[in-house]
Design a protein around this ligand. Structure first.
Ligand code: ATP
Length: 400
């Protein structure tokens, strides 16, 4: 398993992830994503959204406010119970408090510690707007904040992070099969982003360790460089949340089955994915050191779907105007097909390859003197280092 320090240093050096407020010495638990980390993160979130929201008929996406009416956090149990033990055994509530409004009129509220809260308070809105039939789900991707007592292990335990969460509502008697299918979906998502199944382990959370309202919880653990730790969670939460919000808000959150006429509070299965833990698991999975042409190298073995840069285009020499002009035209043509193409004419070809390897670019395309004669270029594969001649008009296929 790769050393965490190597990942942290590559991330900073190559523009994936920087310490938050870096010039002030950082700020514990906060991280800034640079251009490549942002591209990687967007790819991961888009794969998730397409797989679980846009690609399905039974899912509704929302983007709720980060700061909610504090009564919602009282109802959910977070105000009284979202706490970790401090040294000495005292409990510390890890929700970030903030005050909303001015002076005496201000109200204490919280930055959401999870995105799920915004989903439950919108259950009725979605039902009223869309009249979905059970089972159906509501999904949200967004920031969450926890005043972690001991942030550590890079982006694994941060104070500001991102979650991708689903509340999937079912008839009370239908949860078991749905739970199983979400269990499979978690693995399908890992496969799509390139986290190998062999590094992911399901941990059935035992009765005594489960939240009192949950009848079944599985933690998906990953073999991180610092040990086997939670990557995602999957929980059957019964009707606990909707019931608590219904009681506290005095709004009826029950669901009426049109066909049978029955009225009941739906039960819910909650798959919860951390974006940053996905990124870290992915980086740890793809980080590779080998020897190519008897020289050591480091590369990120991203699949094409998540790679932040899909291809790089180079002129063989940067002081030959005819090569540069041809390479620019190839670059511009490809950029219309796939915007995430990089131009590089710095240093020699070997150095450019190594730089692209380090950021996980699957293919490098070099325009040379042969190109001017027969309109072919060299396409060099990241993993094998092998090169082949490809006709310019066929090049877009290398991007797929
Ligand atoms: P842990 O036990 O590691 O603190 P948790 O059980 O409190 O995690 P959940 O409340 O289940 O975590 O949150 C759902 C998901 O959100 C986690 O599986 C993880 O991917 C992500 N997550 C939670 N806390 C953090 C954090 N501090 N930094 C980054 N991601 C987090």
């Amino acid at each position: 398993m790769v050393d965490l320090d190597k990942i942290v240093s590559l991330c900073k050096r190559r523009g994936f992830i920087y310490p938050g407020s870096d010039i002030y010495g950082g700020f514990s638990g906060f991280w800034d994503y640079g251009p490549l980390g942002l591209a990687l993160k967007n790819n991961v979130k888009n794969i998730w959204w397409r797989m679980f929201v846009d690609g399905r008929e039974d899912m509704y996406g929302i983007d709720a406010a980060i700061i909610m009416n504090p009564r919602a956090w009282e109802a959910s149990g977070h105000v009284s119970g979202f706490a970790d033990p401090m040294e000495g055994g005292n409990m510390f509530n890890t929700m970030f408090k903030t005050s909303v409004g001015a002076g005496d009129e201000s109200t204490v509220s919280y930055l959401r510690p999870e995105t799920a809260g915004g989903i439950f308070v919108n259950f009725k809105n979605i039902v009223d707007s869309f009249h979905p039939k059970l089972p159906f789900g509501i999904a949200q991707i967004g920031k969450a904040f926890r005043n972690e007592i001991a942030p550590r292990d890079f982006i694994f335990r941060a104070r500001e992070f991102e979650q991708m969460e689903i509340e999937y509502f079912v008839r009370p008697d239908a949860w078991k099969d749905v739970f199983e299918s979400w269990r499979e979906s978690v693995h399908a998502f890992n496969a799509a982003v390139g986290i190998p199944q062999s590094s992911v382990h399901e941990l059935e959370v035992l009765d005594e360790d489960r939240a009192h309202y949950s009848k079944r919880t599985i933690d998906f653990e990953f073999d991180f460089p610092f040990g086997r730790k939670e990557l995602y969670g999957l929980a059957y939460r019964t009707d606990f949340d909707l019931r608590a919000h219904a009681e506290s808000s005095s709004v009826d959150l029950s669901y009426r089955d049109e066909q049978s006429g029955e009225t009941f509070i739906p039960h819910v299965i909650e798959p919860s994915f951390g974006v940053d833990r996905t990124i870290l698991a992915l980086l740890a999975s793809v980080y590779t050191e080998d020897e190519l042409g008897s020289e050591p190298r480091t590369y990120l073995k991203f699949n094409k779907a998540v790679a932040p840069i899909k291809a790089a285009v180079f002129p063989l020499l940067k002081n030959k105007p005819e090569l540069v002009a041809k390479a620019r035209s190839v670059y511009e043509m490809l950029k219309k097909v796939e915007p995430r193409i990089m131009w590089d004419d710095n240093g020699n070809i070997g150095k450019r390859y190594r730089r692209q390897d380090e950021i996980g670019t699957p293919v490098c395309i070099t325009v040379d003197f042969g190109t001017l004669e027969d309109d072919t270029v060299t396409a060099r594969d990241r993993d094998s280092g092998q090169q082949e001649r490809v006709t310019v008009s066929e090049l877009h296929k290398n991007l797929l």
